[in-house]
Design a protein around this ligand. Structure first.
Ligand code: GLN
Length: 249
C-alpha cells in the first residue's frame, strides 16, 4: 500500500474561502490516522508547477477579484502542467471559483476571464446583484468510478456564475436539492477523467468523508478502498449536511 500522499494546494492564499483549508486538513488527518504520510505543497501565483511532483491537486473558491489574478497566472504559467497531470490521471479537484477556472472562460458582463480548458464548460456571471446569486444548502447524487452505486454529496453553494457544460463534459452529479451549475439544468459540477469541478464548498470533505477517501484512494491508484475509520463524527456531519439540505439519509 502506498505510504505517502503528495497534495498540491493551488493558490491557497488567493483561492481559499469557505473552509478550503479545512478540506486540506481533513485529507491530512485521514491519511495520518491510516499511517499514510502527507505532504502538502502550496503553489501560488508565479510559482512553477511540476505535474509529476503531486498525486492530488486542489484549488478552492475565490472572489471574482482574486479569480482574475489567478486566472492569468493559471493560463500563462500552469496550464501545461495541469494538462499533463490530468493526462496521467492525477485527480484535480476544484471548488466553486476554482471550478469556474477549469473551463474555457468565465464571463462577467463585457469582461472575459480565460480558464485553463481542462473541462468543456464555460461560466457566465448572472446580471444583477446579490439576489441573483445561487446560495444555500445542496445535495447531489454522484456516481464515481470504482464505487458500487450512487452516493450523496452534501454541502453549501454560493455563486453568481452559471456554469454551462459543453457536449464533451459530464456533470459530477444530479441535483437532489439546491441549485447546482445553473439553477435549472438539474446538474452539478463536472467530471472529466480525473478532473472534478464542483460548487459544493462549506467543508465539502469534512461533510463527505467518503468522498475524501475516494480522492485519496484514486490519487494513490489503490484498487481496494482504504481501511475504514471510526467515522461517528464524520457520519454525523454528513447527516447534518443532508438534513440542512432537506435530504435526510
Ligand atoms: N466568484 C465566483 C462566483 O460568485 C465564485 C465564488 C466562490 O468561490 N464562492 O460565481
Amino acid at each position: 500500500m502506498a505510504d505517502r500522499l503528495r497534495v498540491c494546494a493551488l493558490y491557497p492564499a488567493l483561492m481559499s474561502i469557505y473552509a478550503d483549508r479545512g478540506n486540506l486538513l481533513l485529507l491530512e488527518r485521514r491519511c495520518a490516522w491510516r499511517g499514510i504520510a502527507f505532504e502538502l505543497t502550496r503553489v501560488g501565483h508565479g510559482d512553477d508547477l511540476d505535474p509529476d511532483a503531486h498525486d492530488l491537486f486542489y484549488m478552492g473558491g475565490g472572489q471574482d477579484r482574486d479569480q482574475r489574478l489567478v486566472a492569468e497566472d493559471l493560463v500563462t504559467h500552469k496550464r501545461e502542467a495541469l494538462h499533463a497531470a490530468a493526462a496521467r490521471g492525477a485527480p484535480i479537484i476544484a471548488v466553486c471559483g476554482g471550478y469556474q477556472l477549469l473551463g474555457h472562460h468565465y464571463e462577467l458582463g463585457e469582461e472575459r476571464i480565460e480558464g485553463v480548458g481542462l473541462v468543456d464548460a464555460h461560466t457566465v456571471r448572472a446580471a444583477g446583484g446579490f439576489e441573483t446569486r445561487l446560495v444555500g444548502n445542496v445535495a447531489i447524487e454522484v456516481t464515481l468510478p470504482g464505487l458500487d452505486g450512487p452516493r450523496m454529496l452534501a454541502g453549501f453553494e454560493n455563486h453568481g456564475g452559471r456554469t454551462h457544460l459543453g457536449r464533451g463534459a459530464r456533470p459530477l452529479g444530479r441535483v437532489v436539492k439546491g441549485h447546482g451549475n445553473t439553477g435549472d439544468s438539474g446538474f452539478e459540477g463536472v467530471l472529466a477523467g480525473s478532473v472534478i469541478g464542483t460548487y459544493l464548498h462549506g467543508p465539502l470533505l469534512p461533510k463527505n468523508a467518503w468522498f475524501a477517501d475516494w480522492l485519496v484512494q484514486t490519487a494513490l491508484g489503490l484498487e481496494a478502498p482504504l481501511a475504514p475509520l471510526d467515522d461517528r463524527l464524520e457520519d454525523a456531519a454528513h447527516a447534518g449536511a443532508r438534513r440542512a439540505a432537506g435530504v435526510p439519509g
